[in-house]
Write a protein that binds this ligand. Structure first.
Ligand SMILES: NC(=O)c1ccc[n+]([C@@H]2O[C@H](COP(=O)([O-])OP(=O)(O)OC[C@H]3O[C@@H](n4cnc5c(N)ncnc54)[C@H](OP(=O)(O)O)[C@@H]3O)[C@@H](O)[C@H]2O)c1
Length: 262
C-alpha cells in the first residue's frame, strides 16, 4: 500500500534503536527523507547508514539530546520545516517503591517524556498548519492508560502528553495537521533489554525468563512480546495521507495485555 508520503520530510527523535528506529525504517520505505536524532553517535550513524542502504532514502543523523534546548535547536537547524514529527525516547527507569522516587527522577523523566515533545510541537505545528499538511506521532506507553506502580515515571507524564495531544490536535486539525499517540505494551527493544538485564541480574534469572514471567503474570494474550518493526508500520500509517481524520487518538498496541471495551 502506498501511504502517499513519498518526498515528505520527517524528524524522528529517538530513532537509532527500538521503536524509533523501526519508525525511521517504515518512513524511509515510503520514500520519506528522514532526519534522525539520538544521543549516542555510533549507533545513530550505523542505523542511518543501514536504513539508507536498505531503502534508498536519504537518512540524516543528528547527534543531539532532545530533552535539552541546545539539542532541540540542533535538530531543528538540520530540518526546520518537517512535514512529519515522530517523537520517542528510551523507557524511563522502572520503579519499585513509589516512595523511593526522587524529585530529580521526576525532573529527568518529565524533561525527556513530556517537555521535549511539547517543545517540538509548539515550534513545528504553526509551520505545518501554514503549509496545510502535517503529521505528529508520539510513541508513549500503554502505561499511560493502564497505570502500574513500576511504571509511574513513564505512565504519568505520557498521560499528560495524551491530554496535551487531544487539546492541541483540535486547534490544528482543520489545517490537515494531525497529532496522535501510539502506546506500546511490551516490545523486544534495546531499551527493554537494558531494563530487564538489571532485573534479571537482581533476580538471578535471564532476559528470556523475565519475559516469560511478564507474559504469565500480566496475561499477555498474544503470548509474546511485540516486534518493533510491526509498531513502526503503524507509525507510518498514522503519518500517511489517509490519517487526516485521525485526530488526537491514542492507539494501545499491547498484545491484549489490558482489558477494556474501547
Ligand atoms: N520496549 C518496551 O517494551 C516499551 C514498553 C512500553 C513503552 N515503551 C515506550 O516506547 C518508547 C520507545 O522505547 P524503546 O524500547 O524503543 O526504546 P530504546 O530501544 O531505548 O530506543 C530509544 C531511542 O531513543 C533514543 N533516545 C533516548 N533518549 C533520548 C534523548 N534524550 N534524546 C535523543 N534521543 C534519545 C535512544 O538513543 P540514545 O540512547 O543514543 O539517545 C534510542 O535511539 C518509549 O517511549 C518507551 O517508554 C517501550
Amino acid at each position: 500500500m502506498d501511504l502517499g508520503i513519498k518526498g515528505k520530510k520527517a524528524i524522528v527523535n529517538g530513532g537509532s534503536a527500538g521503536m524509533g528506529r523501526s519508525s525511521v525504517l517504515a518512513l524511509a520505505r515510503e520514500g520519506v527523507e528522514v532526519f534522525v536524532s539520538a544521543r549516542g553517535e555510533e549507533r545513530l550513524s550505523r542505523a542511518c547508514v543501514e536504513i539508507a542502504s536498505e531503502t534508498g532514502a536519504k537518512v540524516t543523523p543528528i547527534a543531539a539530546d532532545h530533552s535539552s534546548e541546545e539539542g532541540r535547536n540542533r535538530i531543528l537547524a538540520a530540518c526546520p520545516e518537517p512535514d512529519i514529527l515522530v517523537h520517542t525516547c528510551s523507557p524511563p527507569q522502572f520503579t519499585g517503591d513509589f516512595k523511593a522516587i526522587t524529585e530529580a527522577d521526576w525532573h529527568a523523566s518529565l524533561g525527556i517524556t513530556l517537555l521535549g515533545p511539547i517543545q517540538f510541537m509548539q515550534k513545528l505545528l504553526p509551520g505545518m498548519a501554514a503549509r496545510g499538511w502535517g503529521r505528529v506521532v508520539n510513541i508513549g506507553t500503554a502505561g499511560a492508560k493502564f497505570p502500574h506502580e513500576r511504571r509511574v515515571l513513564s505512565g504519568a507524564p505520557r498521560a499528560a502528553l495524551v491530554n496535551y495531544t487531544v487539546a492541541v490536535s483540535k486547534v490544528v486539525a482543520k489545517d490537515n495537521v494531525t497529532i496522535n499517540n501510539i502506546m506500546p505494551g511490551m516490545f523486544h527493544t534495546p531499551g527493554l533489554e537494558v531494563a530487564f538485564a538489571e532485573i534479571a541480574e537482581a533476580n538471578g534469572t535471564s532476559y528470556d525468563e523475565e519475559v516469560e514471567n511478564v507474559i504469565r503474570e500480566h496475561n499477555v494474550a498474544a503470548g509474546k512480546f511485540g516486534d518493533p518493526d510491526d509498531l513502526g508500520a503503524f507509525v507510518a500509517m498514522f503519518c500517511s495521507q489517509y490519517a487526516s481524520y485521525l485526530v488526537g487518538q491514542s492507539l494501545a498496541i499491547e498484545g491484549g495485555v489490558t482489558n477494556s471495551t474501547f
